[in-house]
Design a protein around this ligand. Sequence first.
Ligand code: NOJ
Length: 738
Amino acid sequence: MKQTILILFLFIGLQSLFAQSDKTEQKIDKLLSKMTLEEKIGQLTLYTSGWDQTGPVLRDSYKEDVKSGRCGNLFNAHTAKYNYDLQKIAVEETRLGIPLLFGYDVIHGYKTIFPIPLAEACSWDLELTEKSARLAAKEATAGGLHWTFNPMVDIARDPRWGRIAEGAGEDPYLGSLIGVAKVKGIQGDDFSDKHTMLACVKHFAAYGAAQAGRDYHTVDMSDRTLREVYLPPYKAAIDAGAATVMTSFNEVDGVPASGSNYLLENILRKEWGFKGFIVTDYTSINEMVHHGFAADEKHAGELALNAGVDMDMQGAVFQNHLQESVKEGKVSEKDIDEAVRRILRYKHKLGLFEDPYRYSDEKREKEVMFSEEMMEHARDAGRKSIVLLKNEAVEGQPLLPLSKSTAKIALIGPLADNKEDVLGSWHASGDVSKVVTLRKALTDALPKAEITYIEGAKMDNNTEEGFEAAIEASKNADIVIMAIGENYRQNGEAASRSNLDLPGGQQALLEAIHAIGKPIITVVMAGRPLTISWMDENIPAIVNAWHLGTMAGPAIVDVLLGDYNPSAKLVITFPRNVGQIPIYYAMKNTGRPFKATDKYTSKYIDVPNEPLYPFGYGLSYTTYEYGDLKLNKTEIGMDETLEVSVKITNTGKVDGVETVQLYIRDLVGSTTRPVKDLKGFRQVKLKAGADETITFKLTSEDLKYYNQQMELVAEKGDFKVFVGSSSVDVMEADFTLK
Ligand code: NOJ
């Protein structure tokens, strides 16, 4: 009986959903029938407002374009009031009154800035990630925004690429889960909720594989690598319901993404059934001319629309040329109608036709920005993103956590009292004045300590002017904390680097202070892994604190003083030097795996094959012991489940959170397989002395990959399973898939 009622309710629910969407479709039909071709193309057009600049500025006539109906969407326009005024133009001054859609790069916070995505990914905490996205959406929607160009799910294995800061690192499995968490956080489960924004999965596809790590550069890879490594996070985010997708700047296999039928039509729409709309990246239609793929902008526009692009970001190609292309029969008005329909559908879903101003509530805006909830979360996300890379004993005692009775501290470095750079390269509308620096937080936490702050060196030049004061302060201190790394312009878009050493005069300063012989803790704040081999050899304690956002200071101090026991683990391999790049844990074995006794094996003659710090690595103030690795069987059939259990014991003196990682290796495949492949992880909270046994489940689904015919299959054979605290520190067992 209960079941029948449930089914009945479900049926009625679905009916009303269909009726609703039927009604929406009818409304769109009606609207479309009234629209001129120019107005339709206006809906396919997205321009930046004059407020903010996130690329080259090509035009500043956006207000007139809105008024004439030639521009239906804006980005880089925000705040409740500013967007209200613009919306008013669209609603009251255009012929059809179609509301604008407002987009913005709310990547890791809107006003209150959370850790950069690469940092937050190191928390391996999906709930935290979802919450960050939710809270950012809460702030951004109160700031008049409907749409964020987030998540960026580009797998990146080359830290020279500045945009590595914006993604979740090198691994497709983890990257997919993080992408899903972000989509859930951004979109919630109801588009009509006024805290909901549309997500935009980007940059489709494989933008993170730019050759030599140089931004906007060519991408060339096998279809196998594309499908096994780069595509899974986009697909996962789309399966999670992401409303929109952004094309990438790069070409893949000779075809620029914005003109790629293979990527947009075949994979995205047909294979994956994507129903949302596709926007290009900034002027990437125009850029197909430079790529040598289109003769001129008009041709580029035709290629883009015919490949499946719905919306032209900033390039004005659709606006300038599509009408003529329709006349010439190069694109069909029917395809334009379809694209308009996809966009209008989301304006309907967001409730903008009913109330175009529902995101422009100044009272809500005031209440939400920098609220306690935001600031607390920023601090929590910050400390959970900090990776402790090294913590050696000095005089028999690990240097960290720092004793709260430390009397004299020299706080040195250009990031110690820096508000701007810790906000990271995509700091949206982050307010510098709200940033709590390391200096401020440390001074607040240790009111009795004598803390001498000296900037000491610059990040963007080699001046040694501040060295003397820094050395003097260090000589007088019990301990030196050096806050060094990158400024926000040294990573992110258009900020690739060929040298990943500490920029400016920082390395020289570090060496000069080291020469004094005082114990040093380095706090490295950067948007990417830096090559810190010298630091690793010479400095006893290294805290990798990335760019953590508004509450960077308190988050770092929580870790330095042991109020938070560090738990983050690297989601990106740290190379020893730039020559090792690309270096990632899921490498192939090669036909000549390295053997010290054999010259003719795969290696460098001047640097080991191993990275400085591997994927999955990160220390804690406690220690964990792994034991009792058990499999419930050593053979499984295609429909069976393998259970892998392991006991983890907190063997140290403080409570902690450990991320237990599970990897597999397929020993013989019809195509070669990586030496390790992440397939699961679990976070366990363990009190000092406590233990817990956890069980992972694996099925043949987890063992699938692309065979020579490019079919996704699980092949029978022998596997290794590894469980441990990083991609290197593991226990292993064997099993067979029958
Ligand atoms: C270019 C960037 O590649 C993209 O990530 C961003 O969303 C757009 N500019 C808009 O700012």
